[in-house]
Design a protein around this ligand. Structure first.
Ligand code: NDP
Length: 453
């Protein structure tokens, strides 16, 4: 049987673009890709990239205050959201252009259209055209979900935040995950009066307790009005056009804007997947085996649509492993062990491996931890604290987890992640000479465990 293509990729985000490009340029495969929205996907267009640029923008007021404490005569005359937004979107346009060119230069045929699956080897484009392919790769990503709360349609999501006409004076953020905590810090830094409601006992569920505790403490210290054990009961637009929110704790307050950061769901609706035999999980995610193959042998899936580890670099790895397996004849499982990651809260959290709580359940551990006021901000009279923590297996001495809460923790954990991935022991860390004076030197100078468990 002959097909139009060797590979048809649905979704032009980080994972899909990488898989398409590498399959075409490195194996000579005939590849097509369909994207219904903008090339670059969540990460580039409405996620990591614009978010990080907003993190940078939001940090300047703190720097100006600090500069003053260091003797500089500085005035912060305010933030111009309109000017920033114009520049931000010009940058996103530029990046989208790069993504399109990457595909073009690799010889991938791209379609600005929605694609759905018709059978094991056929997709249908929203233009009405049908295309056949030996393999189909699902890389549609995910989208924000809103809980069913009366008035929920009044809230915006992370998709909308980069398009706000103006910065609100007051904002309520609902949720305690990555997105909620990151935007709480960003908007607070940009001068918005931020309140955050999270239904659980502590934000950033699943991360190391001590680390997320410090992040929450510092967020409050920086001015975020964080309410734990609190959810929204209902919302309604009041006469002034603002949003009146009734909370589970009995509070009734009015906000200019409400942001829901209450999780994301895979883009599998109305894709025709179940009809062709692709199995979906309870959350709508595409179920795949260790090689990213679905229940239909010719159809594979990578990235957020599979809801494994929803991070851009992981989707890219999954895409590369797919190409290796299917187009290079070298069966390769994407490695989901010991993935370093950063949460761009203020301060940032960088983490790799197990939390203390997770490790404790698996066997005897030693915990090394230090928390201190870093030189730079302490000099400026700020109360900020940072934290460095190692979780060690008491038997093998291996570092099971490394957790850093500090400005620049994302940069630090990338490097610490190499050592942890290599299987470094506490003694390997001890043998490494400190870089002085830095914050991260504390990671190699912790002498005695603070706890054994
Ligand atoms: P998360 O799943 O991390 O967090 C969702 C939050 O919303 C949780 O605090 C959850 O509470 C809460 N929630 C869920 N349902 C409800 C509800 N019905 N009412 C009230 N609260 C609710 O999702 P995010 O949207 O923050 O992020 C999605 C994913 O995107 C992340 O998991 C991550 O993989 C990725 N991401 C990564 C980033 C990075 O690498 N820096 C940055 C941003 C996103 P509970 O804890 O109780 O379930």
């Amino acid at each position: 049987m002959t097909f139009d293509y060797d590979l048809f990729v649905i979704g032009g985000g980080s994972g899909g673009v990488r898989a398409a490009r590498v399959a075409a340029s490195e194996t000579g495969a005939k590849v097509a890709l369909a994207e219904e929205d903008r090339y670059g996907g969540t990460c580039v267009i409405r996620g990591c990239v614009p978010k990080k640029l907003m993190v940078f923008a939001s940090e300047f007021p703190g720097m100006v205050d600090e500069a003053r404490a260091y003797g500089w005569d500085m005035v912060n005359a305010g933030f111009n959201w309109g000017a920033f937004k114009t520049k931000l979107h010009a940058e996103l346009d530029r990046l989208e252009g790069i993504y399109r060119n990457l595909l073009k230069n690799a010889g991938v045929e791209s379609f600005d259209a929605r694609a759905t699956v018709v059978d094991a080897h056929t997709v249908e484009l929203s233009t009405g055209e049908r295309k056949t392919a030996k393999h189909i790769l699902l890389a549609m990503g995910g989208q924000p979900v809103k809980p069913e709360i009366p008035g929920a349609d009044l809230a915006i999501t992370s998709n909308d935040i980069f398009h706000m006409e103006q910065l609100p004076g007051t904002m309520l953020i609902l949720g305690g995950g990555y997105i909620a905590c990151e935007f709480a810090g960003i908007l607070n830094g940009l001068g918005v009066d931020v309140t955050q409601y999270y239904r659980g006992a502590q934000v950033l569920r699943g991360f190391d307790d001590e680390a997320r505790g410090l992040v929450a403490e510092e967020m409050r210290q920086n001015g975020v009005d964080l309410h734990l054990g609190t959810n929204i009961l209902s919302m309604a637009r009041d006469a002034s056009g603002r949003i009146r929110v009734v909370a589970t704790n009995g509070d009734e307050r009015v906000f200019d804007q409400v942001l829901f950061a209450t999780g994301r769901s895979p883009n599998t609706d109305a894709m025709g997947l179940e009809a062709v035999g692709v199995k979906l999980g309870r959350g709508g995610q595409v179920l795949v085996d260790d090689y990213s193959q679905t229940a239909v042998p010719s159809i594979y899936a990578i990235g957020d649509v599979t809801d494994r580890v929803n991070l851009t670099p992981v989707a890219i790895r999954e895409g590369m492993a797919f190409v290796e397996t299917v187009f290079k004849g070298n069966p390769t499982k994407p490695d989901h062990e010991l993935i370093p990651t950063a949460i761009f809260t203020q301060p940032e959290m960088g983490t790799v491996g197990m939390s203390e709580e997770e490790a404790r359940d698996k066997g005897p551990i030693e915990v090394y931890c230090t928390s201190f006021k870093p030189m730079q901000t302490a000099f400026a009279g700020r109360p900020d604290r940072v934290m460095m923590k190692l979780v060690i297996c008491a038997d093998t001495r291996r570092v099971l987890g490394c957790h850093i809460v500090a400005p620049g923790a994302g940069e630090m954990i990338q490097l610490a992640g190499i050592a942890v991935k290599m299987g470094a022991t506490k003694e390997d860390f001890d043998r490494t000479v400190a870089v002085h004076p830095t914050m991260s030197e504390e990671i190699v100078t912790m002498k005695a465990p603070v706890r054994r468990a």
